[in-house]
Design a protein around this ligand. Structure first.
Ligand code: HEC
Length: 305
């Protein structure tokens, strides 16, 4: 097969250094992004680690309580001792009255525990030197606001599409992946990025879509990792990996897969799967129906408790 591009391994060293520098930097960036997610969304339910609950609480909100209470049980948990958090929550449950604010000593707690971060200078978080700002958080927690979703959505769409522009461009010079799979690997992050952003908005409307947030995020991560690893290996370790090492088996497997004979066999298997899918479809439709009319309301009623 004649290639119309210069394979990664044959690029000049300065270009390889440039590509590698870029890939390493965005790789580290990706790593920090994951840590950031763990610390904000991951703590939404008060427990470390990301779960479906975290995503539901972050976008849909926890409609059984107020923002202030959720945060005091969640990501703000470590900022005040148990007793003081309890006092604040008690005050909220009693109606968050402005007279009680001073009488119950809540003002002192907020001043000593929260104002060092929640002040005028802080951007993006409420200023607790203003009573109104605190009071506004004592209403029902409906998750992310449409304003914040709009902000984060456009930042993500612009920013992440650029990351995948260059990662995809570098990966497009890879030679060990066939054209078909290259197209999939390069296109997938964009499809998942849009699905990811869409899923935040859908989760804001209905918590069922929290799964889509997780699936889209994982899809993006997997394609990123695949392109990253393939590009680095081809640039610097082509011989030890793809000629002498494990990669050799991968290439043999790929070539066998694309042989004409196997294509026919592959088509037969695909037709078989299609036939099965045809029979499963009515069952799946019924199952989905059942889930929406019975399963989901049941799970929701558990949530409410
Ligand atoms: C170390 C700095 C820091 C301290 C101390 C701190 N916070 Fe926060 N707070 C933040 C940051 C950063 C955010 C935004 C990230 C988040 O929501 O987890 C935040 C968010 C919040 C929110 C959510 C605001 C919103 O609009 O969704 C509430 C409520 C909150 N804090 C309450 C408190 C209370 C009450 C205290 C005192 C017991 C406190 N915080 C102490 C840094 C702090």
């Amino acid at each position: 097969m004649k290639q119309k591009y210069t394979p990664l391994k044959d690029h000049d060293t300065p270009i390889k250094v440039l590509f590698t520098g870029y890939l390493c930097t965005v790789g580290i960036g990706y790593f920090f992004a994951l840590i950031q997610i763990l610390f904000t969304h991951g703590m939404a339910d008060g427990k470390f680690g990301l779960s479906v609950d975290d995503i539901v609480y972050s976008y849909y909100g926890n409609r059984s309580g107020t923002v202030l209470e959720q945060k005091l049980n969640g990501s703000m948990k470590d900022n005040a001792p148990e007793l003081e958090r309890f006092k604040i929550m008690e005050w909220v449950r009693d109606g968050a009255d402005s007279d009680d604010y001073k009488a119950d000593g809540i003002d002192k707690i907020i001043e000593s525990r929260c104002v060092m971060c929640h002040n005028k200078e802080a951007s993006g978080i409420p200023d607790f030197t203003q009573f109104e700002a605190l009071k506004a958080l004592t209403t029902e927690d409906t998750g992310a606001t449409f304003a914040s979703l709009t902000r984060v959505s456009h930042i993500h769409l612009f920013g992440i599409s650029f990351i995948f522009m260059f990662v995809g461009l570098i990966f497009s010079f890879a030679e060990t992946t066939s054209t078909k799979y290259k197209c999939i690997a390069i296109g997938m992050p964009y499809a998942f990025l849009i699905a990811d952003i869409l899923s935040w908005w859908l989760t804001k409307i209905h918590p069922m879509f929290a799964w889509l947030v997780i699936i889209a995020g994982m899809g993006m991560g997997i394609s990123f990792m695949f392109m990253w690893v393939t590009s680095i290996l081809e640039m610097w370790l082509f011989k030890p990996v793809f000629i002498d090492g494990y990669g050799k088996n991968y290439l043999q497997w790929r070539d066998r897969f694309t042989l004409e004979l196997n294509k026919a066999r592959f088509a037969k298997i695909a037709a078989f799967i299609e036939r099965i899918a045809e029979q499963v479809k009515p069952v799946a439709v019924t199952a989905l129906d059942e889930w929406l009319t019975r399963g989901w309301p049941f799970i929701r009623s558990l949530f409410k408790k």
